[in-house]
Ligand binder design. Structure first.
Ligand SMILES: [Zn+2]
Ligand SMILES: [Zn+2]
Length: 141
């Protein structure tokens, strides 16, 4: 999908716009994503150079591992981005996008680390860890 997509955080301090091709949504159930969101991280991603952000000064970047950062709104706490250092793509929380988003959830990763208070029952593929070729935070970081 290459049409323009817009979105933003809960309080509106951070707005985003992209005309880039959005990846199918991946649900990450790793412990980092669980702690940050209370459940799991459902994210698309897009080429960094197609993403335009308003309110960048409202983003706090948390150094989550030796190779990646997690961005959130410092006013409302909305989880926004996962960004590997030097990568030309950035993960964006699917829930930020204005509806209808045209996005579709495709599969689940790091299911071995998911919280014990819910089950995954949507019938989509589940990977115990990452999926080959997909850059992720990793199971225990
Ligand atoms: Zn906000
Ligand atoms: Zn994760």
């Amino acid at each position: 999908m290459t049409s323009e997509h817009t979105g933003g955080c809960l309080c509106g301090s951070v707005r985003l716009r992209t005309s880039g091709r959005l990846r199918e949504v991946v649900a990450c159930h790793c412990s980092q994503c669980r702690k940050q969101t209370g459940l799991y991280y459902a994210a698309t991603n897009v080429a960094v150079d197609t993403l335009f952000i308003e309110g960048e000064e409202s983003i706090t970047w948390y150094r989550a591992s030796t190779f990646a950062r997690r961005g959130f709104c410092k006013t409302c706490g909305s989880a926004l981005f996962w960004a590997a250092d030097g990568a030309d793509e950035i993960s964006i929380m699917a829930g930020l996008f204005d509806q209808p988003s045209d996005l579709r959830l495709a599969y689940h990763i790091y299911c071995a680390d998911k919280g014990d208070y819910y089950e995954i029952t949507d019938g989509l593929p589940q990977y115990r860890q990452g999926r080959p070729g997909l850059l992720t935070a990793g199971p225990s970081e």
